[in-house]
Design a protein around this ligand. Structure first.
Ligand code: LMR
Length: 402
């Protein structure tokens, strides 16, 4: 039966890591997958995480199953990171949270919920978006369309075009918004733009689904949830898929959360009961360890402080690297787009959408052993003092025809 099975194409992001590992070039540079790396190219375990692990192992008495939606304490902490402490939605029990295996797991459960309970709804994703969004929602059986987001010429937000796209969405449709650090562009909405979008969403009867995978990587924990909080103050219902992979460095523990906000406690409970049946039929209940690390850190004021300092260090380092990258390109007179490279300085979070085209991306990989995603997305967090110069020389070499 297996002899006639065709080979699937490699994943556009994770497949790049495999290709990088197989490359024998000792000077190869990996700026593909969105994983934080320190100055030595290593993805560290945070000290706060190491301490939390010790405490968990010392106190652990059982490996019995988790509740289907995970530890309620984890849910409470997630809600206060998303909305801020003591938010009215929590008091009113209008927000409920399930621990899911990673942000991807949360998106998949949300997708299945929408496909099953809101038949006929289309999900609208930004063009461009994270390469896996289409696969996840497609696998869940949701119809998918894209909305305008990027002005390609200037690598900036085309807000007018975005609003026009929203106008064309049907009542009951779902719009996916990146909470912060838009993946892959690094281009976010301003507070004012969030407000405008939120009002349109409310007036048109759309359901927003916020994907928040990089909270704390742009300006700070509260600042990066600003758009989501504006939305929550304007629309009655929302889905939030959040991830702890990046901000706690818990990539391989698969810790994410699916939160739903409904217009009443009763509606929230009904939606949550459906979410539970979907989780049960998928992976039954979540893996405990990663979420226990998050809960242990957030439960303890000192550990939490330590984590916030470590998160701020990652954020500061990324922002410094972005500046150094832009400067090094300027020194080489590399102009990524006609209007210059200023756009790089306005991008936020781990990624920079560089304007490099597919041909240049392929040349970078084949001729310079520099690995970036096909869309031209560069993982800024993979740059360091050793690879900055060869990286910018390589980019200069492939863009010299401009
Ligand atoms: C990325 O976009 O590189 C990350 O979100 C990792 C992934 O799963 O694709």
């Amino acid at each position: 039966m297996f002899d006639s099975v065709p080979t699937a194409p490699p994943d556009p992001i994770l497949g790049l890591t495999d290709a990088f590992k197989a490359d024998p070039n000792p000077d190869k540079i990996n700026l593909g997958v969105g994983v934080y790396q320190d100055e030595t190219g290593h993805t560290p375990i945070l000290d706060s995480v190491t301490e939390a692990r010790k405490r968990i192992i010392a106190a652990e008495k059982s490996k019995t199953y988790m509740p289907i939606t995970g530890d309620p304490a984890f849910g409470r902490h997630t809600q206060s990171l998303l909305l801020g402490a003591d938010h009215a939605l929590v008091d009113q029990k209008r927000i409920l949270t399930a621990h899911c295996p990673g942000g991807t797991g949360a998106l998949r459960i949300a997708g299945e919920y929408l496909a099953r309970l809101h038949r006929g709804a289309t999900i609208h994703i930004s063009d461009p978006t994270w390469a896996n969004h289409e696969s996840v929602f497609g696998a869940a059986g949701l119809p998918i369309e894209t909305y305008d987001y990027l002005a390609g010429e200037t690598i900036s937000l085309d807000f007018e075009a975005m609003l026009e796209s929203i106008e064309g969405m049907a009542r009951g449709d779902v719009i996916l918004l990146h909470g912060c650090c838009h993946n892959p562009t690094g281009i976010d909405l301003s507070s004012e733009q969030w407000r405008t979008v939120a009002e349109r969403i409310r007036d048109q009867g759309l359901l927003p689904l916020v994907d928040l995978a990089y909270q704390g990587f742009a300006d700070g924990l509260n600042e990066d949830a600003g758009g989501l909080r504006i939305l929550a103050s304007i629309v009655p219902e929302m889905i939030i898929c959040s991830s702890y992979s990046k901000n706690f460095g818990l990539y391989n523990e698969r810790v994410g959360a699916l939160s739903i906000i409904a217009s009443s406690t009763k509606a929230a409970e009904a939606v949550f009961s459906q979410i539970k049946t979907i989780i049960r039929a998928n992976y039954s209940n979540p893996p405990a360890h990663g979420a226990a690390i998050v809960t242990t850190i957030l439960d303890d004021a000192q550990l939490r402080k330590r984590w916030e300092v470590e998160l701020a260090e990652m954020r500061t380092r990324i922002n410094d690297l972005r500046r150094k990258f832009a400067e090094a390109l300027a020194e080489r007179r590399v102009k990524l787009i006609e209007s210059g490279n200023d756009f790089l300085n306005h991008q936020r979070g781990m990624f920079s959408y560089s304007g490099l085209n597919r041909e240049q991306v392929t040349k970078l990989r084949r001729e310079q052993a520099v690995y970036i995603v096909g869309s031209g997305r560069i993982n800024i967090a993979g740059i360091n003092d050793r690879n900055l110069v060869p990286l910018c020389d390589a980019i200069a070499a492939v863009t010299c025809a401009r």
